[in-house]
Design a protein around this ligand. Structure first.
Ligand code: ADP
Ligand code: MG
Length: 228
């Protein structure tokens, strides 16, 4: 038992160190990004190098950002809220971008839905990460079907479920087995942490995430949270 406590303490210290490290690294990174912006007299031949340096810096910043939301303490206070209302806010923020990307959004929201016990910002983060993945999977536009309904599981537990169905590039079987691993990404600027962040938040709230996909056809992600 004492060994166990010691292990937990060690893990806590490791988590604290890594999150302060991430914070500390972010500041000089931002300073470098700013300095690049104020470089005088850049030759056309140097533009490409500068662009790739900027891209890599951006990638590092994305990784640190995702990493920080992963290491945030999960002690946030939860309140009863309507998932569909949080969804609406997240969609409103992205609506112009979705239009620009030629993505048609079709919403099917049940009329009467129970509340879920959750935390607004964390839920927004989950929706944001999933929306981002769907958008990135449809570079030439497509259809995004968003469904909010309820589901009863075998032990009579009631869940509120958010389903996002895109008509994007999809994934093959091998990819599907890897997507929940940290740092697995197929994108040049990806972090491979987005889904892990979602998973952590949803599991912590007693829910689960299901992902299915067909290569070349699209992906369906369903997030379920216990209904109140
Ligand atoms: P990132 O988006 O930074 O790569 P994620 O954890 O969000 O990290 O996703 C991991 C990988 O899962 C992506 O790189 C991609 O290969 C795959 N993926 C996730 N969502 C989708 C989707 N909607 N369509 C196709 N592939 C997806
Ligand atoms: Mg992502």
């Amino acid at each position: 038992f004492e060994e166990h406590i010691k292990r937990i303490e060690q893990l806590e210290i490791a988590a604290q160190i890594s999150s302060s490290l991430a914070h500390e690294v972010r500041n000089p990174l931002a300073a470098i990004q700013w300095s690049l912006l104020s470089l005088p007299d850049i030759q056309p031949s140097q533009q490409m190098i500068l662009k790739s340096v900027e891209d890599e810096l951006k990638r590092m910043d994305n990784i640190l950002g995702d990493f920080l939301s992963l290491s945030k303490p999960s002690t946030k206070v939860k309140y009863p809220l309507f998932l569909q209302e949080i969804l609406q806010k997240a969609l409103d923020l992205q609506s112009q971008f979705l239009q620009k990307r030629n993505i048609q959004v079709i919403q099917k929201i049940d009329k009467t839905l129970p509340r879920v016990n959750s935390e607004e910002n964390q839920l927004k983060q989950v929706i944001h990460n999933l929306l981002k993945n769907a958008i990135e999977a449809m570079p030439d536009g497509g259809k995004l079907e968003i469904i909010v309904d309820t589901k009863v599981c075998k032990n009579d537990n009631f869940f509120v479920c958010l389903t996002m169905k895109d008509t994007g590039i999809g994934m093959n079987q091998e990819q599907l087995t890897k997507i929940r691993q940290p740092f697995f990404t197929t994108k040049p600027n990806g972090t491979g942490l987005g889904l892990m962040v979602c998973e952590r938040i949803i599991q912590e709230q007693g829910g689960n995430i299901e992902i299915s996909s067909i290569e070349g056809k699209g992906t369906t992600v369903t997030v379920c949270l216990p209904a109140l």
